[in-house]
Design a protein around this ligand. Structure first.
Ligand code: BGC
Length: 371
């Protein structure tokens, strides 16, 4: 059972911050030490972090955050013990230089990854999501403090303006970027065989899966979504998109998808997907988990099937700036009521612990930095 101390200052002393003297507060942790997670007073964000000053509105919580807190994925900035969490950002611009492309009041999301300092060739071309040497940094994950702070700064070139009408559902931006890349890359790979692909399978009806389904529907696919359970809000959310919901085993879905976006991170499913995919299918692995399952698999049979059916299986992580632009456009043309139903809980920063414990009917849980 996770034990989390509530408010502590950076030295670890318990503190009580009154509303009257609230400065910048941030949620941070020593990665892998759950009992160090806490909300602390922070100095004002440094100008080094960027010229755009932002009031934090919400940060989404995902499996990566839980892994950082509980299992030690993630790295603090060099020379610091603690890492400020939060990579799924949403904020409102307080102050920005005239030539930055941002103005006070804009709804904004910060990009997660920064290129490696060398930089490698993909990073030098703005494709940090394909960093070759692994020395990239990520806000809230790898060697850079994140966005789970009441105020943060960001470089204008590493931020995206969102349609103001999105309001709080703009917190879905970062997960949407991840599936924008997954779809873009799947279609790019699929274009090696020019035929009209119409059936898509999304495995997992969590936030990533549902957003992948949204993008599939927007692209004109007949979308099928498979999840383990058929209770809770997910089946209705899938149907609300005009997609088909399936619960249970992948072998029972009765369709042969041309494109699969795997969003559960459940390793054993990878082999099963190769068994149901259509000839020339592209299977994108977009989910990860902290688990380390071992299964017996008929690898020779799978190998034969993938060879004989020309199946491509590939992994996709993170997102470049163009995926943020694609995601912003996709969210702006989505049904805002549907998007709103994905954000099932907004938990005040002061009770962040509640956001870290999953409930059955959770889809996307966000921490409200205004409270
Ligand atoms: C984030 C990605 C990040 C990845 C690995 C995911 O949760 O959405 O932006 O690259 O974790 O750190």
């Amino acid at each position: 059972m996770m034990c989390i101390h509530k408010r502590r200052d950076v030295e670890g002393r318990a503190e009580h911050v009154s509303d009257a003297r609230r400065g910048v507060r941030a949620l941070s942790v020593v990665p892998g030490k759950p009992d160090t997670a806490g909300v602390h007073d922070q100095p004002d964000p440094s100008d080094d972090e960027g010229s755009v000053l932002v009031q934090g509105l919400l940060v989404g919580v995902c499996g990566t955050d839980i892994e950082i807190i509980n299992e030690g994925y993630g790295w603090s900035p060099p020379g610091q013990d603690r890492l400020v969490l939060g990579h799924e950002s949403l904020g409102q611009v307080l102050d920005a230089p005239a030539d930055s492309g941002f103005a006070a009041g804009d709804l904004i999301a910060g990009i997660v990854r920064r290129p490696d300092p060398l930089p490698c060739e993909p990073c030098s071309m703005g494709q940090w999501d394909f960093c070759r040497n692994g020395n990239y940094t990520e806000r809230g994950i790898k060697e850079r403090n994140g966005y789970a702070a009441t105020h943060w700064r960001v470089e204008p070139e590493f931020a995206i303006k969102l349609d103001a009408r999105l309001g709080d559902v703009g917190v879905l931006m970062e997960p949407t970027t991840v599936v924008s890349k997954a779809w873009e890359q799947s279609e790019l790979i699929a274009s090696r065989v020019p035929f009209h692909r119409k059936t898509a399978l999304i495995t997992g009806a969590g936030p990533i899966g549902l957003l992948a389904a949204l993008l599939g529907v927007q692209r004109g696919y007949e979308v099928h979504v498979l999840d383990r359970v058929d209770s809770g809000p997910k089946p209705a959310l899938v149907r609300g998109l005009g997609a088909t919901f399936h619960a249970g085993e992948v072998s029972d879905i009765g369709v042969r998808p041309d494109i699969v976006i795997e969003c559960t991170g459940y390793g054993p499913l990878v082999f099963e997907l190769a068994g149901v995919a259509a000839n020339d299918a592209v299977i994108c692995l977009a989910g990860i988990s902290g688990a380390s399952r071992e299964v017996a698999a008929r690898l020779d049979r799978i190998n034969k099937q993938m060879v004989l059916d020309n199946i491509v299986l590939f992994g996709s992580v993170n997102a470049a700036k163009r995926h943020y632009e694609q995601a912003a456009a996709a969210l702006a043309k989505a049904d805002f009521d549907w998007l709103g139903k994905l954000v099932t809980r907004k938990v005040p920063l002061s009770s962040f612990e509640d956001a870290l414990v999953r409930r059955d009917d959770d889809v996307k849980v966000a921490i409200d930095l205004r409270k």
